[in-house]
Design a protein around this ligand. Structure first.
Ligand SMILES: Nc1nc2c(ncn2[C@@H]2O[C@H](COP(=O)(O)OP(=O)(O)OP(=O)(O)O)[C@@H](O)[C@H]2O)c(=O)[nH]1
Ligand SMILES: [Mg+2]
Length: 348
């Protein structure tokens, strides 16, 4: 899963990136980060893996998230940005918003106003999608003159509907789409359709923010304080955060919130060689889970043996579970649940 941090200049993007990944990229008041792109892969902490591994004593593989930190975008720049492709390839967007005051760091709009910047960025995502739709529609017109294909006609109809929706100034994540429509537009990677977290970087002492809407979440963090205590060990960090009245560091909070926002869940595979967590969407089937592990498992799918991780621990491992007939046999369409241990039976 790729999550991309982006936003207007000097909002604390790289500070956040460092907090989430433990990297030490340069953070500074004045120099421009225009062309920069930082990358880091982090493991998703999951205590269940340790519990499961007590039965195997082998290596643990956590689910992984790739974080990208883009250089700054000026107001109005998204549609023409060099980072457009990076944003499109992302599974989710993290928009860092300035909420801290610091007279030395100039805000390009002249004042600190998180709500204004959030709606301005939302507008920019919508505009960039309108441009994408218009370009495609132009092309489609030309193609249709040469070749009256039914498929192209359908695509045109869907895109016109999309365009009309966007022109009411609403992001695509709020639009109800049929599976067929969804399928047609998938390739465009529309920015306003992606799950987004607007993350406000606050001064210490300010009330934390949490607001949730369709696929959109507004949260806050305290960049400066958290940066200062980044190198402390976990216990000391906790004590410091408490002193500042901060309940949970952004690092701990973030993965949980992004999983929830994006409707992601984890399932496990266990064995002598590894105990491993995999990320899928809520509602994904055993067939889709098999494909996540390996295309061969999906192609040759026969059945999935499934047991909930807690039952597995309670009963004392796979062998006991099998003996007590606690492994359920599920078919292709079984909807995998968060915490399921899944073992795919397949034909080669
Ligand atoms: N006062 C204050 N300063 C902060 C806070 N977060 C970041 N800064 C400072 O703001 C400056 C820019 O921080 P970065 O993390 O580099 O911001 P950025 O958004 O990556 O900046 P660009 O990539 O250049 O757009 C640095 O001097 C930080 O120390 C904060 O919460 N409070
Ligand atoms: Mg930066």
């Amino acid at each position: 899963m790729i999550l991309t941090i982006f936003g207007y200049p000097k909002t604390g993007k790289t500070t956040l990136f460092n907090l989430l990944t433990g990297q030490k990229e340069k953070v500074d008041k004045f120099s421009s980060s225009k062309g920069d792109l930082h990358k880091a892969v982090v493991s998703v902490p999951d205590e269940r893996l340790e519990k499961l591994n007590e039965f195997y004593n082998t290596k643990i593989k956590h689910a992984q998230i790739e974080y990208l930190d883009t250089g700054s975008l000026s107001f109005g720049e998204v549609k023409a940005s060099t980072f457009l492709d990076v944003l499109r390839r992302s599974d989710g967007l993290i928009h860092v918003v300035r909420g801290f005051s610091d007279p030395e760091i100039i805000h390009p709009a002249g004042s600190v106003n998180p709500q204004r910047d959030i709606s301005s960025m939302e507008d920019e995502l919508i505009i960039s999608d309108i441009i994408t739709v218009e370009k495609r529609l132009e092309r489609l017109e030309k193609d249709l003159q040469r070749n009256k294909s039914k498929e192209l006609e359908t695509e045109k109809k869907v895109l016109i509907k999309i365009k009309e929706f966007l022109e009411t100034n609403r992001p695509l994540r709020e639009m109800e789409l049929s599976d067929a429509e969804e399928f047609i537009i998938r390739g465009f990677q529309f920015l306003s359709q992606k799950p987004i977290i607007h993350l406000i970087n606050l001064d210490e002492g300010k009330e934390p923010v949490r607001e949730e809407r369709d696929n959109q979440l507004i949260l806050s963090f305290y960049g400066k304080i958290e940066e200062e205590i980044m190198d402390l060990d976990e216990e000391e960090r906790k004590v410091f955060l408490e002193e500042y009245g901060i309940k949970e560091s952004i690092r701990d909070k973030f993965i949980r919130e992004s999983y929830k926002l994006m409707n992601l869940i984890s399932f496990f595979t266990v064995g002598e060689d590894e105990v491993r967590a995999w990320t899928i969407k809520k509602g994904d089937t055993a067939y889709e889970a098999a494909g996540k592990i390996h295309t061969d498992l999906q192609k040759g799918f026969i059945r999935a043996e499934v047991i909930f991780w807690e039952d597995f621990v309670k009963v004392g491992g796979f062998k006991n579970a099998k003996e007590k007939a606690l492994l359920r046999l599920e078919g292709k369409d079984y909807k995998v649940k968060d915490g399921d241990i899944v073992h795919i039976r397949f034909n080669v």
